[in-house]
Structures are given as structure tokens and as C-alpha cells.
Design a protein around this ligand. Structure first.
Ligand SMILES: Nc1nc2c(ncn2[C@@H]2O[C@H](COP(=O)(O)OP(=O)(O)O)[C@@H](O)[C@H]2O)c(=O)[nH]1
Ligand SMILES: [Mg+2]
Length: 324
């Protein structure tokens, strides 16, 4: 049996005990009510000790080099004494029992580094659920004194939005492709980007990478920056060259300093916390609705009435909601 005394978990986390960190994550990932309650208590107690990190989200189509990038940047930072946690949001890992697309690269150097902690995507029924767990795991890592959090998203579906709303800096990785540089990247994702790095800027790729950079800069001109403090920057980088991702880290630091100075750093985090609360409220309401027997019993009948114009859709919705 998993013991559920929150104080044991809290002490373990705060002292950086990896076994207790892993156990806390198991608690967070559990679907048992008892474990969830215990996890809430642990989270409540560690919250005052969280927040002391730079949170970076990394997205890009499969094969763009996210995992290799994280390995390169992670080792660079861990070697400098940073404590680096790597988390993943991948709602597809639930079905495949392991990521289909996300995990070809195993981060061999980083995974054995004493300053690094790597955690695969939690399983969950919904993207919101998976992302919410990742977010809590991130807070656990912060309480355990990890000061750089790298969150990789598989770059398919809606996971980019979830990751963008839990990080301080959202990085989009791209590669110079055949013709259309924006292939696979939705405009909405570019709009969320704080920075874009064109990866694999090495060897024969170099000329194409430089061209892609110019094209992207042109495209970005048409996107209005969200704040006068910062306009998204396009860089080139390589993860197969030692320290080839340092430029990206310098960009993140520059953003961090500017946002701290303007007060937007904390504002963004506060805003994100509220946004998360409402996302989870909506999801919770939907789940309660779907799990409510009184409601599910009535749905076929009411649906039929709506189909046959016996009752209006709005009246039907009102009636169903009134059973909540
Ligand atoms: N030339 C070059 N190849 C890279 C670079 N980064 C990653 N790769 C290769 O691209 C492939 C996909 O990388 P991976 O990190 O698994 O991509 P992910 O799916 O986005 O996580 C692998 O074969 C890597 O070795 C880079 O900077 N330069
Ligand atoms: Mg990957």
C-alpha cells in the first residue's frame, strides 16, 4: 500500500530525495480518490516552495529534433550546475503504451547526469488531464530545487496550447524543409511562440537554414507581438554540435530578465494559474455531467424530443443541466 501521510512526501521532496519525488509523482498520476486527496494535500504544502525556476516549453513536428535539443541544452545547463527537469506532454502515449512519435531519442547523456531528472508523459484520459498532471509534476520538481524545467510536447494535436500555458518561454523548433517552411506548424502555434529556432543548422543544411530564417522573419512581421517588452526572435541552432544550443538559452535568459524587470513574469504566471483552474473546472463539470446517472438516463429521451422538434435545444440543455 502507498502510504499517504503528506508530510513524509513533503519532507522527501524538499530534501530532493528522488525516491520520494518519484512516489509523489505516482500519487499525482493515480486515479484513486484517496491518492488524489493525498496529492492535493502534498501540493498545497509544497506550493510556497515552488516557482523558483525557468519553465521552457519546446514544440515542433516529430523529427525536428526536440529530444536531441533537450539533451544538448540539458547537458550544457546541468554541467553548469543547474538542476534540470525534463517532462513530456504526450496524450498519445496512453494508447501506444509509450510514445509513438516522441521518444526515438533517449537522451543518454542527460538521463545519467546527476543534475537531471527525466520523466515521461503521464497517462490520462484527456489532454487536459495529462497536461494538468505534468504541471503538478513540474511544481514538485521546483520544490525539489530543480531550477530549469524543460517541457517537451509531441507537436501533434492541441498539446502545444496546454504546454504554452504552463511555461515562461515557449520555443518552437523548426527545420528548413522542402519549400514550405511552415509545413506542419499551425499559425496559431507561431503566435504562441516566444522564440523560434531553426534546428539542424549544420553541414549541408546551412544555406537552407539561413533562407528559412529570412522567410520566417518575414512571416513574423505580420504577427503583432503580445507585448512591447518582447518580439519573438528567430535563431538557428544545432544539437549535434557541442554547445550548439547555447544561443537559445541566451535568448531565454534575455526574455527572462526583461519580463522580470517589467513585472510580466509574475503576471503571466498568475494568469496561467487562473487559466488552469478554469480549464480544470470545465473538465470537471463535463466529467460530472457524463458520470451523472440521472442525466445519462434522460439523454436518449430528451435527444429524441429535440430531434422531433418537441422541445427546443436550449430548453433541453437547460433541463439536462438542471440535474447537475
Ligand atoms: N544534423 C542534425 N540532426 C539532428 C539534429 N537534432 C536532431 N537530429 C536528428 O534528427 C532525428 C530526430 O531527432 P529527435 O530528437 O528524435 O526529434 P523529435 O521527434 O523532435 O524529438 C534524429 O535522427 C536526430 O539524430 C541536429 O541539430 N542536426
Ligand atoms: Mg522526441
Amino acid at each position: 500500500m502507498v502510504h499517504t501521510d503528506p508530510d513524509i512526501f513533503v519532507q522527501g521532496i524538499l530534501s530532493g530525495n528522488r525516491r520520494m519525488i518519484a512516489k509523489t509523482i505516482t500519487l499525482i498520476e493515480s486515479s484513486l480518490k484517496e491518492h488524489q486527496q493525498a496529492a492535493f494535500k502534498v501540493m498545497e504544502k509544497i506550493l510556497p516552495r515552488t516557482g523558483n525556476s525557468i519553465r521552457i516549453g519546446i514544440t515542433g513536428v516529430p523529427g525536428v529534433g526536440k529530444s536531441t535539443f533537450i539533451e544538448n541544452l540539458g547537458v550544457y545547463l546541468a554541467d553548469q550546475g543547474h538542476k534540470v527537469a525534463v517532462l513530456t506532454v504526450d496524450p498519445s502515449s496512453r494508447r501506444s503504451g509509450g510514445s509513438i512519435l516522441g521518444d526515438k531519442t533517449r537522451m543518454e547523456k542527460l538521463s545519467t547526469h546527476e543534475n537531471a531528472f527525466i520523466r515521461p508523459s503521464p497517462a490520462g484520459e484527456t489532454l487536459g488531464g495529462v497536461a494538468a498532471k505534468t504541471r503538478e509534476i513540474m511544481l514538485v520538481c521546483e520544490a525539489a530545487a530543480f531550477d530549469v524545467i524543460l517541457v517537451e510536447t509531441v507537436g501533434v494535436g492541441q498539446s502545444e496550447t496546454s504546454v504554452a500555458s504552463m511555461v515562461d518561454f515557449f520555443l518552437v523548433l523548426m527545420i528548413a524543409g522542402a519549400g514550405d517552411e511552415l509545413q506542419g506548424i499551425k499559425k496559431g502555434v507561431l503566435e504562441m511562440a516566444d522564440g523560434i529556432a531553426i534546428n539542424k543548422a549544420d553541414g549541408n543544411n546551412l544555406p537552407a537554414v539561413e533562407k528559412a530564417k529570412t522567410d520566417l522573419e518575414t512571416a513574423l512581421h505580420f504577427i503583432r507581438p503580445e507585448t512591447p517588452t518582447w518580439s519573438p526572435i528567430v535563431l538557428t541552432c544545432s544539437s549535434v554540435v557541442e554547445g550548439g544550443t547555447k544561443k537559445v538559452w541566451d535568448m531565454v535568459l534575455s526574455h527572462h530578465q526583461k519580463f522580470k524587470a517589467s513585472g510580466e513574469f509574475l503576471l503571466r504566471r498568475k494568469h496561467q494559474s487562473l487559466e488552469w483552474m478554469w480549464t480544470l473546472v470545465e473538465e470537471g463539470l463535463r466529467k460530472r455531467f457524463q458520470d451523472n446517472k440521472k442525466i445519462t438516463e434522460k439523454i436518449p429521451g430528451i435527444s429524441q424530443q429535440v430531434e422531433n422538434d418537441k422541445i427546443s435545444p436550449s430548453a433541453a440543455a437547460d433541463k439536462l443541466l438542471s440535474y447537475l
